[in-house]
Every structure is written in C-alpha cells, then in structure tokens.
Design a protein around this ligand. Sequence first.
Ligand SMILES: [Zn+2]
Length: 134
Amino acid sequence: MLWRALRLSCPNCGARPIFARFGVLASRCGRCGLRPERGEGDYFIGAYLINLIAVELLLALCVLVVVVSTWPSPPWTVLMWVSAVLMLGGAVACYPFAKTLFLAVDLIIRPLSPEEMAWHWDDGAPGERVLPDR
Ligand SMILES: [Zn+2]
C-alpha cells in the first residue's frame, strides 16, 4: 500500500492517475471508487504533517552531508540560501507524495470496510459514513 502511494497511485487498488491535477486528488479513484479524502473535510492536515516531516528530514540530511563534507569551513551563506530554496521547492515537490502517503497510512490504520466502500460508491454525505469500530 505504501509502495502504491509512493508511485502516486491509489493506495487501495494501485490505479493511476489518482490526481486531477498537480497536488489535487481526483474526486474518486477510477477503478475502486475510493474517495481519497474519505469524506472528512480536514483530511489535508495529515498530508501537511507528512509533507513537513519529509521535507525537514530531507533538508537536515542535505545540510548534514554538506557540512560534514566541507568541514572545517562549510559555506554557511551558500548553505543558507540553498536550504531556503530546497525547503520551498521540496515542500511543493513532495506534496503529492504526502497526500497519497497519508491516505495509505490512514487505510492501514483504518482499513476500508464493506460498509464504507458502499458509502464511497453511493456518493454518501460525510455524516452518513459508517466508521469502523475501534
Ligand atoms: Zn483505487
């Protein structure tokens, strides 16, 4: 499921494309009918969190590699400007992956039930969705 998400495919069935345009998920998967936001209006917050963590980790790794490889005189000014560009560019570039990864993690934690799939296929309203028992 995580591999499908990293390939920007539907984490549930692997169908592509699952994006309507860059960074915007389609209203539903064309194969399995899954609605990517699972009827929750605040679903994007989880993707933001994953995006923030991924970009910060990648940036920290890049800075560490540059500092270690150029020690004892790292190019601090260049590093500061390149880091700013990488942080902004990385946030944009990683956002689609963060969205599919968050959906995959959510599907692992809260697997689809037959009742929820019926809700996806029937275009149910968010308040009508049957949540799995915890
Ligand atoms: Zn699907």
